[in-house]
Structure formats: C-alpha cells, structure tokens
Design a protein around this ligand. Sequence first.
Ligand code: ACM
Length: 482
Amino acid sequence: MIPYPASVHEAEGAFVLTADTQIRVEPPTAPLLALGHDLAAHLRPATGFELPVVTGAPAAGQLRLTTVGADPALGAEGYQLMIQPDAVTLTAPQPAGLHWGLQTLRQRLPAASAWPTVQPGPWLLPCGSVRDLPRFAWRGFMLDVARHFFDVPTIKRIIDLLALHKLNRLHLHLTDDQGWRLHIARWPALTAIGGATAVGGGPGGYYTQADYADIVAYAQRQGIMVIPEIDMPGHTNAALAAVAALNADGAAPPLYTGTDVGFSSLNCDDEWTYRWLADVIGEVASLTPGPYIHIGGDETAATPPAAYRRFIERVQTLVQACGKQMIGWEEIAHARLLPSTVVQHWHSDDARRAVQQGSQVILSPASRTYLDMQYTPAAPLGLHWAGYVEIKDTYEWDPATYLAGVAEDDILGIEAPLWSETLTTLADIEWMAFPRLAALAEIAWSPANRCRWDDFRIRLAAHGARLQALGVNFYRSPQVPW
Ligand code: ACM
C-alpha cells in the first residue's frame, strides 16, 4: 500500500471477490452511489464481475461503503477499512474519506486487478483492519502546461493517477513567457496570440473555459482541488506579446519559445495593468470553486524590488476582493502578506519570512520534489540545476525539520512541481512523475514514523506491478528491487 496507512492490523483469512459480490452503499445518497459505481468500474475490467451497486439490507459477501456510525475523529479525509471473510466494510464520516479508503481497497487486491482486460484471479483481500487519515491537508502535484500544452484527456489521466495515491491538489501553471493557456473572455488575444506556441516553437494550445470547468469538475469528483496559477509580474511574455497596452512603450514583444527566465515584467506602476488584472483574476475566480488562486510571483529579475512589493500587495487585495486566498511562490514573502496568504517554498529561506507574518507554507524544495529534475546524468528528460533527484531523494526527508523556522504546524502540506521545458507527451509526464510522485504521496500522507526507505522500496517494487497494469510509463529506478 502506498501511501502506507496510519495504522494497519493484519488477521487470518481473506475475503474472496466473486461473480456474486455486491457493492452496498448506505445511505444511498448521490455521492455514495457514485463512489460505489467508481469502485465497480475499477474492478470490473480485470475481474469480469458485474459488481452491482445495491442499497437494501446487508447480506453476506458484500463490499460495504457507509458513513453510518463513522468516527468523527477521522475528519474530512480519514476512513476505516475492515476486511472479514464474509464482508468488507469501509466507513468514513465524509465521502472524501470513503474515496481515499477505496484507493486502499484497490491496493489490497492483487495488482492484476488493475489490468484493463480479464485476468484469472483469484481475487483475495487479506483480512484485517486499517484506520487511516492524512498527515498533511495539502498533498499536491503541479503541472506546467505553459512551456508545453497538455490536452484535457491527458490532464484527466493524471487526475486518475493522483487519486490512486491519495493526492488531493492539482496546481496548473497556466501562464508563462512561452504560453497563456486559459481563455479569458474579456481578453481573447491572450490565448489567440499568447497560446499559439510553446517551447521549441510547436503549436501550443489552450483550454476553453468549458474545458477548464470540465477538468475542475472531473478532479472534484476524485477529491482533488484544482489550483489555477496565473504567474505575474514576471513570466509574462505571452501576455505582453498578446496585449500591446500592457507594455510601457505600447509595443508588443514577439512570442518567445526559448527557456530563459527573468526577462519579462508587467508594468507595475500603470493603473491600466491593474484594471486588466482585475478582469483576469475575476474570470479565473469565477471558474474556481476552491478557495485559492496562485499568482506566481517568482523570478522577477526584470521588476524593480520596491515595485514588486507594491504589486504583490495590490494583487493580494484583488484576489481577496474576489473572495479568494492568494498563493504565491516564496518570493512574495518580501511583501506584506495577509495571514490567509499561502507561500510556496522552492529553494531559499524566504518561507521563514512568511511564517513570521503568520502565513502557512507549502513545501516544494527543488532538490527533493521538482519532478523535472533528471533522475541521473544519463536520464534523457529533465534539467539538473537543483541536482539529480532519484526516488530516495524525494522520499527521505521530513517536512517538519526541513526548513529552520518552519515547524509542522506552519506547513499546509507538500507539493511536487513538474515543469515542462523538456516534456511534450503524456508518456514523458508519467516517466518523470512516477514513481517519484508515489514517494511524495507517502511523506505527505503517512505518519513520519512510518516513512522508512528500506520498507518503502520493497512496497514500491510491488506497486510497480500495479502501475504497469494501469499502463503507466514509469522509471524503473535501480534503487528499487522491481
Ligand atoms: C520556480 O521554480 N521558478 C518556482
């Protein structure tokens, strides 16, 4: 099981999934019925069993999903799973907890259960009980869809894989120098012009607002919140190229398809910039049911420091006026922040300034969690400015002791960013993300004292068979006994 549950008791015997097994939900509400049908959909292809979802009186041989009698101490995401010879009972106070419990149930079955075609079985679930809830509320993955664009089916596939690992945040880096990827109705040139290319000069692309809403809803059904990032005031060449009036001299620069950073900036002293930003942030907020909007704020070598601080404070007010909380990369901690603003650490000790201002922190240390770093010098994809990052590097660190002045209570959670300068396909994304994302998922979810590399690498080897069944193009690290 990855991530390993908070508490596990093994017992003798097994529940056997058969052609007669039913899935029973109680009470028969829409979210619980949907979870029952999700479970059936996961298990039907390999088992060939119908696994009907029922709502009547309990009977022997059922997989039961229920919120009735759940321990409220399990919270928003916790669950209990009891496997006995005559029934499997998954209990949680909230549907989200049932959803995570279903992922544990899937992982208790043989890996063959994950294949898309009928397999021989038998389908044994070993008896025992699990009581489980997450260490951190924020367990994230970020995908850069700006340097290269990835379509909606690719994003949905990634969401499915995040859910399997109990990751609950998908941060989309929607804009950068090379591309603007979310349609803004008031400013269609942002995508018509700014979305037209990508690193290396390929065709680019963008999400319509309907596409984006589809992604958000698909993620929400899997317990995953989408966090939109509009990077500013730097990383804005695509916007500057699309909207000439954003430039101090009124002249739009050409589109950019290289990989330099730190050369572009919004004009922070022009009121017009803020009127445009109010439109953009307003539309993004209206597409965002969750509480957060990420405004980037990183690598602003082309913005004077005093103007940068004023800019961040004004944008914070704009985000707040839309009823949202601002997130920014660690550089924003140089501005005056509201305690509700969240700061994302990536490489310096700026996060300490954030904590001193009362903000919470998301940890994404580049040398541990940047999934665009090469695994080794021989790896064909990725960069290495933060070093080479093997599975063990992503796994073997404790967020609570990682940064001086940032304690466990200051940490909202952890997130693994995947920047896409060198990535163009789903297969590329999968190879960079897996299995490092499984390592990150475990340190985000499991209690610190359960995270032991020697134990994890053995479980990861078994998990590899499941990833293979699901068709994931993962990196067969020599650190793992596959
Ligand atoms: C970053 O890597 N520029 C946040």
